[in-house]
Each structure stands twice: as C-alpha cells, then as structure tokens.
Ligand binder design. Sequence first.
Ligand code: HEC
Length: 203
Amino acid sequence: MRRERSTTWRNIASSCGIIFLTLALSACGRNMFDQPKAELYEASPYFSDGSSARPLVEGTVSRQRGSIDATYVSGQDENGLLSELPIPVSLGLLQRGQERYNIYCSPCHNYSGDGQGMIVQRGFPSPTSFHDQRLRDATVGYFYNAMTNGFGRMLSYASRIPPEDRWAIAAYIRALQLSQYATLEDVPEDIRLELLQSQGAIR
Ligand code: HEC
C-alpha cells in the first residue's frame, strides 16, 4: 500500500517536471509577431503617396501564364471549349498528367478511367467511364472545364490543380482513352516485337 502511494507521488512529480520543462523551453516572446511591418494596404507616412504598398516596377511581366493568356486559363475561346490542347504534347507532359491524374482523379475515376475507383467501390456515386462514346467525342477543353468549374456532384479542382497541370491531366485522359482502343498498328514498330514477346504471343 505504501509503495503504491509513493509511486503515485513520483508520477505526479515527474508530470509536473515535464510540464515545467515544456513551458521553460518554449519560446515566450512575441517579438517576431509584433515586429514593425506594414499590414496589407496599410497607410504609411514613409512613402510620398501615403501607401505602404509599392507599385510594380515598370515593365514587370507576370510569370503566371493566365495573366497574359485568358484562353489558356479559361479553356475556352470565342468558339467555346477548346478542341485542341493549347500547349505542345510531349512525353514529359503526359507523364506529369499521369502522375497528377493518379493522385487527384483515380480515387473516383480509377487508374484506367472507367469510373470505378476505390471511393466509388466504397459507395460514392460512379462517374461515367471516360471510355464512354460521349466522352470519347468530347473536346479536350471539356475535361479541362470539368476540373476548372466542377461537374455536377464533382467539386472544382481549380484551387488545387494549377492550369498547367489541368492541361497535362486533360492530355493524359486523351491518352487513356486511346489506350483502350489501340491496335497493334498504333504501337511503334521498334517496340511492337518487344510487346508481342512480353505477351507470350511470339518467342
Ligand atoms: C471524389 C470523386 C471524384 C474525384 C476525385 C474526381 N471526380 Fe470527376 N466526377 C466525379 C463524379 C461523381 C462525376 C459525375 C458527377 C455528376 O454527374 O453529377 C464526375 C464527373 C467528371 C467529368 C464529367 C463526365 C461526364 O459525364 O461528362 C469529368 C470530365 C471529370 N469528372 C474529370 C475529373 C478529373 C480530371 C478529375 C481529377 C482532377 C476528377 N474528375 C476527380 C467524381 C470525382
């Protein structure tokens, strides 16, 4: 009984020690927070125009593509949704698209694009397969637009995926669609043999 009580006291004492050390070692000052600085749009007597915000240096060009190319960012021009990718297709673009697609879209649309991703298998509404004829006929801008503005029950991805990556994903969805309807003739000749061997079709 006595030994139990002394263990309890020892536990309490060591808990107090840990709390004390935590407080003693944590930073207490608010110097960083309170340092002299201008808040956004705050007035300032320091500059002659009375504003703390400084104008852009003359000739500054935004590196954000959207600020100079509205079609690229909106995915549409005066004729509606773009039917052609506004950037050149390259292996790098498709690989980036694949990576982003697998992260952001595959949980519902599945790696193959058939709309049976893991979340759908757990009860989320199933999107139409990307291999459905209607979506095979859709423009590349249609996919970009669905990501940008959302589609029905699907939320917009505009805040999570920048335009560059949205186009990369749209290009990759096109590749996914092709992959389901590709013939042997679509495979470059130099790797056709390799493919047939790996399938066991020839030795
Ligand atoms: C949380 C699940 C989920 C994720 C993640 C998701 N989607 Fe969707 N998506 C849906 C559902 C569900 C629909 C159908 C919505 C409806 O009809 O109300 C849909 C519809 C679409 C459509 C329109 C299809 C049609 O029938 O016309 C496109 C295009 C699309 N998604 C692309 C994407 C892309 C690209 C991504 C990744 C950036 C993505 N989605 C991520 C669930 C998802």
